[in-house]
Write a new protein. Structure first.
Length: 366
């Protein structure tokens, strides 16, 4: 009798799983709700995901939480993982880090790799939980199960010497494993190592190949890197149009270096786009808001000279000061020159004074 019941349970679950994987969420929901007692914790977990994420229906995070809780209480690790995520993010319940960690740990202790990965990330990211050794051990366990994200994180731990001795060769080994599974960030890390020859024999062709693969997956730093390659003919033929397209793809994801580069291209009319100071100004603004010091300096210059905006000396000084605080020497010089102009000082002697100060900073540090 027990064998027959288990067989029926497996058949019920399998049908529901097939509907879920085919993205027939309404049919999956109806199917599982027809077998409320037979579907067990795995079925509850699928119901939780459908309700929480609003798959084919209007989202109901609280109802999703209830199903995750039912399955988690029965010891089902994937549900414990989902429940932990709900507490960590405040989905259907008040945000509670300690409760989230408790459920992630329960799933991780059962060997559930996604929970091991996420718990390891928490140990690295949350100040009150910070524990390099625990994170390293969790990433190692998840990596042994072939989880690409864990392999990439483990590579990073080896590269930085976090929770273990620094080992760049081990780092590259794990980046390679993750990259071969399609992890875009690992692809980019591996590209950088092939380009520099750090931990692996330098190979410009493979560096380009992995960077391009990461860019195709939409990883913004890789897209920006491909833009730089085309802009400066690094391993490819110089092509401003391709450079601009890569920069734009990354900029639209909010990647500050690319926002700045798009601004430069509009300012200079490069990459097949018409020179447009207003568009350049808008992209500099976005990059400046994301902390890019060169963009902050260029924004100051735009306000000082009315490029894409009205002249506003106070705003110019504000952005020069912001960029200077981030270490931009040109912004510091521009700020001092503008202040001299506003005071009516002699610009020629102000420039001489600034050049002298810069020489002292560079060659006589004290």
């Amino acid at each position: 009798m027990l064998v027959i019941l288990n067989l029926a349970y497996n058949m019920d679950i399998q049908k529901g799983k097939e509907l879920f994987e085919a993205k027939q969420y309404k049919e999956c929901l109806a199917y599982f709700l027809d077998y409320p007692k037979e579907i067990g914790p795995e079925g509850y977990c699928y119901l939780g995901r459908i309700y929480r994420d609003g798959l084919g229906i209007e989202a109901d995070e609280k109802k999703g939480l209830e199903y995750f809780q039912q399955a988690a209480n029965l010891g089902y690790a994937p549900a414990q993982y989902q429940l932990g995520g709900s507490f960590l993010n405040g989905w259907g319940v008040e945000k509670n880090i300690s409760e989230g960690v408790k459920w992630l740990r329960s799933a991780a202790e059962q060997g559930y790799a996604p929970a091991q990965l996420n718990l390891g990330c928490l140990y690295m990211d949350e100040e009150e939980l910070y524990n390099e050794k625990e994170a390293f051990d969790l990433f190692s366990k998840a990596s042994e199960q072939g989880l690409a994200g864990a392999q990439r994180h483990l590579g990073w731990m080896y590269e930085q010497g976090l929770g273990t001795k620094k080992n760049i060769h081990k780092a590259v080994e794990y980046y390679q494993k993750a990259a071969e599974q399609g992890d875009a960030i690992a692809m980019f890390y591996l590209s950088e190592k092939y380009e520099t020859g750090e931990g692996i024999s330098r190979n410009d062709s493979l560096a380009l190949q992995w960077c391009e693969s990461a860019a195709r997956q939409g990883y913004a730093p890789a897209q920006n890197s491909m833009g730089m390659r085309y802009a400066f003919a690094n391993g490819v033929e110089q092509n401003d149009e391709k450079a601009f397209q890569y920069f734009l793809q990354a900029a639209e994801q909010g990647w500050a270096p690319s926002e700045y580069n798009v601004g430069l291209f509009y300012s200079r009319g490069r990459g097949g786009c018409t020179q447009d100071e207003k568009k350049a100004f808008r992209w500099y603004q976005l990059a400046a808001e994301h902390g890019h010091s060169n963009a902050q300096c260029n924004l100051g210059w735009a306000y000082e000279n009315g490029l894409g905006c009205e002249v506003d000396y106070q705003q110019a000084l504000h952005y020069y000061e912001m960029a200077a605080a981030n270490g931009d020497e040109l912004a510091r010089n521009n700020k001092e020159l503008l202040e001299a102009r506003l005071r009516g000082s002699n610009i020629f002697w102000t420039k001489i004074w600034i050049q002298t100060k810069n020489w002292i900073r560079r060659y006589l540090p004290f």
